[in-house]
Write a protein that binds this ligand. Structure first.
Ligand SMILES: [Ca+2]
Length: 227
């Protein structure tokens, strides 16, 4: 009888020890590595390097901006090319909702080498920490006419489920932070640039702070604009 009790007691103590060990292991052990592939590209945490031919400039500076949404939720469309990239400044960015595009007329035919896009989140807080919000489904097209009906080139497509109807893309969504996202492209002739969006990780709002388009004008093709 005593032997049976001792055996039972020993088993109980052993079980308790195992339970304590497991609990402690769960609390203080090394976390298991997250093996899920990243679904977005983390934002740059320093100013990115712009690899463009000598003599290239930001051809979008001060150029006219139009959109599929003519009444932004907050801000004015021309904030996208006004040169103000301060994420904390409420007059630096324009907010659009749902599926949309913004379009810049470079007012010249040009050869384009890179596009640099700055987003914010709808709370104006993307300067505090990278990747709190992620730009989803961004598609960038270059074209020669404002309607983008012919001869357009898609140079970036992160719309993985084709929710914008422009075809599925293989590019990654990207984290939002103050240094923006640089997209280098093969030299591409264009006059117009369209940037599509459909919100971010946090909500369906897209907030554009600035879009820069780096290239070289093709001489003799400059047009007069409102600005
Ligand atoms: Ca701006």
């Amino acid at each position: 009888m005593t032997t049976a009790i001792n055996t039972k007691l020993a088993l109980s103590v052993a079980l308790s020890f195992i339970m304590v060990y497991r609990v402690q292991g769960n609390c203080t052990g090394t976390p298991l590595p997250n093996t899920d592939p990243p679904w977005y590209e983390p934002a740059a945490t320093n100013t990115p390097t712009l690899n463009i031919p000598k003599g290239s400039t930001n051809l979008a500076a001060g150029k006219p901006v139009t959109s599929s949404e003519m009444e932004p939720i907050i801000g004015e469309l021309n904030y996208i090319t006004d040169g103000n990239k301060d994420l904390q400044d409420v007059t630096s960015s324009v907010e659009l909702f749902g599926k949309h595009h913004v379009q810049i007329d470079l007012l010249t035919n040009a050869t384009i080498y890179a596009i640099w896009v700055w987003h914010n989140n709808s709370k104006m807080s993307a300067h505090l920490m990278p990747n709190v919000d992620v730009a989803n489904g961004v598609v960038i097209q270059l074209g020669h006419e404002p309607t983008f009906t012919n001869n357009t080139t898609t140079v970036f497509n992160a719309d993985s489920d084709n929710s914008l109807g422009l075809g599925k893309g293989e590019d990654m969504p990207f984290g939002i932070f103050q240094y923006g996202k640089v997209i280098h492209i093969p030299p591409t002739p264009a006059r117009f640039i369209r940037v599509y969006g459909r919100g971010g990780k946090l909500d369906e709002a897209t907030k554009y702070v600035e879009i820069e388009v780096y290239g070289k004008p093709i001489s003799g093709t400059e047009k007069k604009g409102d600005k």
